[in-house]
Design a protein around this ligand. Sequence first.
Ligand code: NDP
Length: 504
Amino acid sequence: MTVTRTPGVPAIDEGSLISTNPASGEEVGRFPVASPDHLTVAVARARDAAAWWAGLEFAGRRRRLLAYRSLLANRIDELAELMHREGGKPTADALVEAIAAVDHIAWAAQHARKVLGRRRVSSSLLLKEHTSYLEYLPLGVVGVIGPWNYPVLTPMGSIAYALAAGNAVVFKPSEYTPAVGQWLVDRFAEVVPEQPVLQIVHGMGDVGAALCRSGVDKIAFTGSTATGKKVMAAAAESLTPVLLECGGKDSMIVAADADLDAAAAACVWGGLTNAGQTCVGIERVYVADAVYDDFLGRVVSRAAKLQVGADAGADIGPITMPSQIDVIRRHIEDALTRGGRAVLGGAEAVRPPFVSPTILVDVPEDAAAVQEETFGPTLTITRVRDADEAVRLTNGTGYGLGGAVFAKSGGVDLARRIRSGMTSVNSALTFAGMPSLPFGGVGGSGFGRIHGEDGLREFTRPKAIVKRRGPTVLAAMTFDRTEKTMAQIVKVVRLVHGRSHQNS
Ligand code: NDP
């Protein structure tokens, strides 16, 4: 039976979490809410599964993860349709997200051995008769807490890398997207039926909080900065390590020599894709004075053509989390009352559950629309003297997640001066689709890295092993040492390290 409920508001009914379509209110699915006992059992089962999974070694895990990757690729339309139905995002956005996730699973599976596997490293001159080995061992059980805005790519950025590194995972999806989370876990069980290597626990925030205290070996959290602080506080009770992927307020810098058409296209897509509900979405734009009017005209003309609606082919879908609409409205109204102007959209653009593209100019730098995460299809576009001023203003919020620079010359130098984890030059958001690059922020955007080599190591502990191969040559680390031996060692140290400025 199809039950129509308050659109987009998850509810708990008789122990089940009910997810609904944010535009129509149509029920998408019901999922059992995890009790504290259920969570304890899930973590205990995960511990057994982790031992089995780690025992498969890199080759066994690689084979299974690549089979998972293939299964997702072959059923990607089904996944995208579910993402559209549950989160409201247009199908093309859902496909872009799911494709990136598939790519990450493949990369993590294919690179885990090279990045984490045991290798010999050099030994100290004074300990030459030893061989040194370095390897990265799995932590055991990783708790992954995910958000609703990218319900496939963001959790998979932790899950795929944690699994490839040899851990079992207990996953708590957002209460807004439990069906997508369940689908991902069910598909994994089809390729790894032997053990519950990837489990899911459903519920509201309290289930996430319980997961932080459940004895897992690490928490990988993606969500808001406010919740990230709670996660870290809860994990601190047991010294459980945390990876925090939190919010952002990313900017785009448009230099005077930028390709304006490419910059405008990337700005509109980077700011408005997924209705602006993107952690690394462009929310602020700083444009060099010389090209400001030209750039603004191009952005407005592109953004005005976008189709807003609930249908799968729309450019901008509904706002998934109804309470976010109040934040978006407050930011727009605050900007307008403080001297800002809407050159597209504005207060009347907010028509729940939709918000039409809104371009704000002349907004003071201390306004909420410039300093706080808006998470809607809005952009502030600000005139600056030059790229230096743009960098200074870009670095003027507490966040530091991603960002973009458009410049024909010096773009990479500008990118390096931005206090953030990732920056795209002459494109937007592209770093998220590069499995070989680490992803994560600084400051209020969190710490730790998913994706790439760092993302694999994030879910491991480095293990150092030193093995003595033969008789000790310079025996300093024993009470059998003699004065003569120590004198010899000091002589060697002076020879090797005592000559200043050589080979340095
Ligand atoms: P929230 O912080 O509200 O929720 C994130 C997850 O944490 C959800 O699963 C939530 O459960 C759970 N949770 C809530 N309370 C607690 C608690 N006390 N302890 C543990 N877990 C808890 O974020 P949103 O879901 O609203 O996601 C949007 C935010 O995520 C934005 O700020 C966005 O920028 C950020 N984000 C960051 C990314 C990055 O990589 N840096 C990527 C994508 C999003 P429930 O939903 O059931 O409340």
